[in-house]
Write a new protein. Structure first.
Length: 147
């Protein structure tokens, strides 16, 4: 699981399944983008085949390092790790959000989440969040030039 270390927008896909089994594949299918590890590249190929010439997400998606230093555009999210979070440098347009929601539904309908509890992923909703990282500045010591 990775946590943003800069301000960004986060699209959260709320599901009923453990998202660690499919979050990067879902991101690839929804946006055509995947991380340094290569997981999701097959699904990104499906995106490119079904949405030829759509490179809108290439500059919009941002990536953050996971606990191993691998930069990824998506992670599992939420208390129970059943949600998928995709990171964006700026707010996606309404058309982009609509496309991603449609593609998430298609992906969920045909994907076995491999969690032994479900044969496919059920999506209960979506949220777009603005994620703000608080930066504080506290003076610890100060000297004048003649000290």
């Amino acid at each position: 699981m990775c946590t943003p270390n800069d301000d960004c927008f986060v699209l959260v896909i709320k599901t009923d399944s453990y998202a660690g089994n499919f979050e990067r594949a879902m991101c690839g299918y929804m946006t055509g983008e995947y991380g340094e590890c290569g997981v999701g590249d097959e699904e990104a190929g499906i995106f490119q085949a079904e949405c030829p010439g759509n490179y809108e997400f290439e500059d919009l998606i941002t990536r953050f390092p996971d606990e191993h230093g691998c930069h990824r555009p998506a992670t599992m999210w939420g208390h129970a790790c059943t949600d998928v979070a995709i990171f964006f440098e700026s707010r996606p347009t309404d058309d982009q959000l609509s496309l991603m929601r449609d593609r998430a539904r298609k992906f969920a309908a045909v994907t076995d989440p491999r969690d032994r509890g479900h044969s496919h992923i059920t999506i209960s909703g979506f949220e777009l969040m603005e994620y703000l990282v608080k930066h504080t500045e506290n003076k610890v010591l100060s000297w004048t030039e003649d000290e």
